[in-house]
Design a protein around this ligand. Structure first.
Ligand code: R1P
Ligand code: URA
Length: 292
């Protein structure tokens, strides 16, 4: 039996667009670039030969156009995994639910999603300016725990090794971190030989959850020291950002291909930062546009 989605579950605006994104089904390309900053959407689209639609609502700005003949939709997600839950569910609905009948379509339409973001580097080989692809993401955000099938798509031995290494119990592991792989095919295609293939912690905040202490002390003052030293099956943790785990996790559950690549704008080990990155992230955007 086909699944039917009531108007309270899948909210469709009067003009036929999806609730938060305000995007209509016919505007969605199969290749999608996600960025955090709404200002980065125009930067990506500045390389398009043509634009077929442009729409903006809250932090979600969307442009669909073509780059060297490839039809691409670029969407901003704002900051955090809560927004990834909204963006991924609405993009998947645009692709795989019939907005007239409110029923799931027969054939899965698989999307290819690449997030282009910024991150904090954690290793000596991830200085400011490095492009890090998240081959694996460790989600500190808990989002995936609300979906059935979480354990079937996560790397459970890696999760256990990480928790043992951190020595966390009680509040420090609520919610328990989940470990999820990006699409290996996308990582191979996008990372090439000029990007680091890393393990990314997607944190539920920019300060405490990433071990930044301002006026309020951290629950675990040794968090980042332990994270930097963690090693499992040859993997080391390379960077912090805030969305890659939710993107990789939901894409796996929905049947899409996804990955994240971020430019390092702060190295936490070396204690350096670059606030002028908005001029240099275009190099990363062009590489992704060529390879997507
Ligand atoms: C924090 O400053 C934001 O920057 C990173 C983090 O994931 C978080 O969203 O990514 P974006 O530059 O894509 O927003
Ligand atoms: N984005 C993050 O989430 N953390 C950083 O340190 C830099 C960018």
């Amino acid at each position: 039996m086909k699944k039917y989605f009531a108007s309270s579950e899948l909210i469709i605006n009067e003009d036929g667009s999806v609730f938060h994104l305000h995007v209509k089904p016919e505007w969605l390309a199969d290749k999608i670039i996600l960025v955090g900053d709404p200002g980065r959407v125009a930067l990506v689209a500045s390389h398009f030969e043509n634009k077929e639609c442009e729409v903006e609502s809250r932090e979600f700005k969307t442009i669909t156009g073509t780059y060297k003949g490839k039809r691409i939709t670029v969407v901003s997600t704002g900051i955090g995994c809560d927004n990834i839950d909204i963006v991924m569910n609405e993009l998947d609905a645009l692709a795989n639910i019939d907005f007239q009948t409110r029923e799931e379509k027969k054939q899965l339409r698989q999307l290819e999603l690449v997030r282009i973001g910024t991150c904090g580097g954690l290793q000596p080989y991830t200085p400011v300016g490095t492009f890090v692809c998240s081959a694996k993401s460790i989600g500190f955000d808990g989002l995936l725990n609300f979906y059935a099938g979480r354990n079937s798509v996560c790397d459970l031995p890696f999760e256990r090794a990480f928790l043992n290494h951190m020595g966390w119990s009680g509040n420090m592991c609520a919610p328990a971190p989940y470990v999820i792989d990006a699409s290996a095919e996308l990582i191979d295609r996008i990372a090439g030989d000029d990007m680091v293939r890393g393990v990314t912690i997607a944190a539920g905040g920019f300060f405490g959850p990433q071990g930044r202490e301002l006026r309020v002390p951290l629950a675990d003052p040794y968090q980042n020291e332990k994270i930097e030293k963690f090693e499992y099956n040859g993997y080391k943790i390379t960077n912090f950002e805030m969305e890659s785990s939710a993107l990789a996790g939901l894409s796996r559950l929905m049947g899409h291909k996804a990955m994240t690549v971020c430019m390092v704008i702060a190295n936490r080990l070396i204690k350096e930062a670059n606030t002028g990155y908005k001029n240099t992230i275009d190099h990363l955007i062009l590489k992704v546009l060529e390879r997507i």
